[in-house]
Design a protein around this ligand. Structure first.
Ligand code: SF4
Ligand code: SF4
Length: 344
């Protein structure tokens, strides 16, 4: 499936209204100063088309912060899995967050497969939206090679002067185009405008750190004993914000809740963070990442080193959320620069 259509800008609202009558539509919405969240919309009027990465990535629809995994009854005895999934469309997903979903898809479909994540994924249609301009000083999507579309969506919208160019990338995307309507065949004028916009993007989006994409792995592979980890660790307050907002973090804790009959209950999971002191605490009270610097090193290695070995890709999308959310102002780009300088 590789086809382009267009949607006139004045038809966007009718498109969203009609789509939201067929399934819930989630989209970026403004919340306060320079803050955005993905939430349910029923018209395009609420959507922030020009937004910087939302506080939480769209990961929350695939892998919610809390979810029930099974219910149990000790008497019968019975353990019944809970697989919740609902049909929805997520509109306006930027290329960095598409990359985040691609990373999670790899993890959750590797053995052992995560049935809850995969059931949710089946019900979700992804409609991407291109960033024509640079988000802010925290973003590093260029060096992570995520500033241009690279799959992972059903439809992908690019804003042109008077229309959206729409890449149809799956059967689900084509069904929306056919069923919802409002689309026209792309013309050579639109194709030219798309090429001009991408050429302008290549001018605007420059490498953000003192290392190239391919050098990052080597920098982190040789940085286990770097003095940067202690420096960062001295500032880190172990709040876990950086991992909670990250589109590729997927650690969770499993919790049992027993009902007052002491017989039935539920088993659920809740997001966890490698930045919490207890995260690496094991039986006997030993903690193999007791120092904050050790935990920060682990976080970075889980983005730039370990996943390259297992999945052949970085697990940092360059969204910049961790740096935006850090109350200690620990900045991912500054860390990369410091490590790159050390390696010279
Ligand atoms: S490490 Fe930071 S910049 Fe990279 S994907 Fe996670 S939140 Fe985004
Ligand atoms: S957000 Fe900043 S202070 Fe909080 S755990 Fe992450 S690096 Fe440490």
């Amino acid at each position: 499936m590789d086809k382009f259509v267009t949607l006139n800008k004045q038809d966007l609202n009718d498109f969203i209204v009609k789509l939201s009558r067929s399934q819930p539509v989630m989209a970026p919405v403004a919340r306060g100063c320079k803050s955005f969240v993905f939430e349910s919309v029923d018209s395009a009027k609420a959507i922030a088309l020009h937004y910087i990465p939302t506080i939480l990535p769209p990961k929350k629809y695939f892998f919610p912060q809390r979810e029930t995994l099974l219910t149990y009854n000790k008497t019968t005895p019975a353990w019944d899995p809970v697989l919740e999934s609902r049909k929805m469309a997520i509109f306006g997903v930027h290329t960095c967050d598409l990359a985040g979903i691609q990373c999670l898809n790899m993890v959750m479909s590797a053995s052992p497969q995560d049935n809850n994540y995969n059931a949710r994924k089946e019900g979700i249609t992804i409609i991407g939206l291109e960033c024509n301009n640079y988000c802010d000083e925290y973003a590093s999507c260029n060096v992570m090679d995520n500033h241009l579309p690279n799959g992972g969506y059903d439809l992908f919208f690019t804003e042109l002067p008077d229309a959206f160019m729409v890449h149809v990338n799956s059967n689900a995307g084509e069904r929306i185009v056919n069923d919802i309507g409002f689309f026209s065949a792309a013309t050579p004028k639109h194709t030219q405008q798309l090429e001009e916009m991408r050429a302008r993007k290549r001018e605007i989006f420059k490498p953000e750190v003192k290392a190239g994409h391919k050098q990052l792995r080597g920098i982190f592979a040789g940085a286990f004993d770097s003095r940067q980890w202690d420096r960062i660790g001295e500032r880190c307050v172990a709040c876990g914000n950086c991992t909670n907002v990250c589109p590729t973090c997927y650690c969770f804790d499993v919790r049992d809740e027993i009902n007052l009959d002491f017989n039935t209950g539920t088993r659920g999971r809740v997001w966890d963070s490698c930045q919490n002191e207890e995260f690496a605490q094991v039986a006997g009270g030993e903690n193999f990442r007791k120092q904050r610097g050790q935990r920060q090193r682990h976080r970075y290695m889980r983005k730039f080193n370990y996943p390259v070995e297992r999945f052949s890709r970085y697990f940092c999308t360059g969204c910049g959320r961790c740096s935006r959310a850090c109350m200690a102002k620990i900045n991912l780009k500054e860390t990369i620069d410091a490590l790159a300088e050390e390696k010279r």
